[in-house]
Write a protein that binds this ligand. Structure first.
Ligand code: F6P
Length: 307
């Protein structure tokens, strides 16, 4: 997200604009926590995870009164256009602010979940999956040495894009994601069949949430049915931190600058994104009301390669 903030600030200033940062997203917009930005405000941040502007989940902005207050504060600070970097929740708020108060808003897709429609990749996804794969590579050493079965829970809120990408890249024996609901018995049977085929250790990637009853429930049942020691690792926020990958930095730089260009071109209520490597814009409302395409062939590939 820092790389995107840097791109917005520097592209804006190079185009002759004044750029203002808002602390803690919508929370800061409601409190009037604004800060003037200059090219040096964003020095030395492209390699840092998180966001120097900080962030928050703002309940008040879900209400029309909250958004009215936000729009009033933007006008009071003479802000003519807004760039929102975030996921579906941020974009729902941005779309409402634009339609209710005619604030020109451009969205930049910033979520590790990669679950927005209108862009092939969201900023943070590549870093998150690399973090998770790196962790699983390390877990595999114990799995192999002790001949154990590991259930590894990854993030993704309600979607399995992280789970599938991580499972494929880490060579997981199984991927359990919401896009392909599976009962615990079916999961245990698949793993038992693998053990019978000579698999001495296994890694199962499980998407967070209550997929198949949740990672701990699956582990409990496995302990009874699969003849191997079972361990659970919840990767959690480890996936969301650390230095962003080069790919994420390039995407964030490209889309941050594209957001400023979109505002200058008079666009509003759209998200900037990339589809098949081509820069695009997509109506904000579509980004959260339509589904990011799920590539079932990748799931089938993960299964074939896990024999
Ligand atoms: O939407 C991004 C995400 O990291 C999800 O994958 C995860 O479910 C959620 O945020 C975690 O949110 P929090 O940090 O507020 O617990």
């Amino acid at each position: 997200m820092n790389a995107a903030v840097r791109a917005v600030v520097r592209r804006g200033i190079s185009a002759g604009l004044e750029v203002v940062g808002i602390w803690r997203g919508y929370t800061g917009m409601l409190r009037g926590d604004f800060v003037d930005m200059n090219p040096r405000s964003v020095s030395n941040i492209i390699q840092r995870g998180g966001t120097i502007l900080k962030t928050d989940r703002c309940k008040e902005f879900l209400q029309p009164e909250g958004r009215s207050k936000g729009a009033r504060n933007l006008r009071a600070h003479e802000i003519d256009g807004l760039v929102v970097i975030g996921g579906d929740g941020s974009f729902r708020g941005a779309h409402a602010l634009c339609t209710e108060h005619d604030v020109p808003v451009i969205g930049v897709p910033g979520t590790i979940d990669n679950d927005l429609f209108g862009t092939d990749f969201t900023i943070g996804f590549d870093t998150a999956i690399n973090n998770a794969v790196d962790a699983i590579d390390k877990i595999r050493d114990t799995a192999a040495a002790h001949e154990r079965l590991f259930l590894v829970e990854v993030m993704g809120r309600k979607s399995g894009f992280i789970g599938l990408a991580v499972g494929l890249a880490a060579g997981a024996e199984m991927v359990v994601i919401p896009e392909e609901p599976m009962g615990i018995d079916a999961i245990c049977q698949t793993l038992s069949a693998g053990i019978e085929r000579g698999k001495a250790s296994s890694v199962v990637v499980v998407a967070e949430g209550d997929v198949a009853g949740g990672v701990f429930k699956i582990a409990e049942r496995m302990k009874e049915t699969v003849g191997q020691e079972v361990k659970v690792v919840v990767l959690g926020h480890l996936q969301r931190g650390g230095n962003p990958t080069a790919r994420d930095r390039i995407l964030a730089s490209t889309l941050g600058a594209a957001a400023v260009d979109a505002l200058l071109a008079g666009k509003k209520d759209v998200m900037v994104g990339e589809v098949n490597g081509v820069p695009t814009t997509c109506a904000l409302e579509e980004t959260f009301s339509k589904k990011h395409p799920f590539d079932r062939s990748q799931l089938e590939l993960a299964k074939v390669l896990a024999i």
